[in-house]
Design a binder for this molecule. Structure first.
Ligand code: NI
Ligand code: MN
Length: 231
């Protein structure tokens, strides 16, 4: 029996995965994140996974990586960007490619969005992440994205236990499209992310979870910042 994996939500799309002895940080965003329950200097990841370059997903990467020596795993362009900033351990990938890391297997999938750093540097193409945790659950972290038809293929290629889907609308899909996404992905549960951080992405995650259950039978797990769920 595999150990349980714990997913901690820090508001926005900032998620920490505790899997065995590994801590894997997804899209760290603490400093300008009014919902964050902790400060960036409390984060102690071994690996940092990134969906795209926008500040609300990468703001604290450089500081955390330099302090912890965490490996930054992301698309090739972002890996070069962080190398130039002096980050010691990076691993560049690209869409459709997968790689076996100590905690599990990561594949970059498509995301329909944009990707540039706050300083204007090109951030490559945005991605979603499939994370097949070793002897653990399979996670789909959609990143920032619109609904797109290939989510049906992602649902066929992987047996997804837990999907992190944006519901904020305006910059990403909203609740209605996230419900369709969950259906296409055939995932077991959804944690809604990327909402309530900014006025233009205000949503009610409890209402989303109820509608998701009613329309698809899929469990919604609206987490408050600092809360976690085990799988
Ligand atoms: Ni974005
Ligand atoms: Mn974003």
């Amino acid at each position: 029996m595999a150990d349980k994996t714990r997913f901690v939500y820090h508001g926005h799309s900032n998620v920490e995965i505790h899997h065995g002895k590994h801590v894997v940080q997804l899209d760290p965003f603490y400093t300008s994140n009014k919902l964050a329950d902790i400060k960036a200097d409390k984060a102690k990841p071994h690996f940092i996974l990134l969906s795209h370059a926008h500040f609300d997903h990468t703001e604290d990467v450089e500081a955390i990586a330099k302090r912890t020596n965490a490996m930054v795993i992301c698309n090739y362009e972002m890996s070069v960007y962080f190398e130039k900033k002096g980050v010691q351990r990076t691993h560049g990938m690209n869409h459709g490619g997968g790689y076996e890391f100590p905690f599990g297997h990561v594949t970059l999938t498509l995301a329909f969005h944009t990707s540039s750093f706050p300083d204007g540097a090109y951030g490559g193409q945005p991605a979603g992440l499939i994370i097949e945790l070793q002897n653990g659950p399979t996670v789909y972290f959609a990143g920032d994205t619109a609904l797109f038809g290939d989510m049906k293929i992602i649902g066929k290629l992987w047996d997804i236990d837990l999907a992190f889907l944006p519901i904020g609308d305006n910059y990403t899909m909203g609740p209605d499209h996230a419900i369709i996404a969950a259906k296409w992905l055939q995932c077991s549960a959804v944690v809604p992310v990327h909402y309530n951080t900014f006025p233009e992405i205000t949503q009610d995650a409890e209402v989303f979870a109820k509608r998701l259950k009613k329309k698809t039978g899929i469990r919604g797990l609206p987490l408050k910042p600092g809360e976690s769920v085990e799988f």
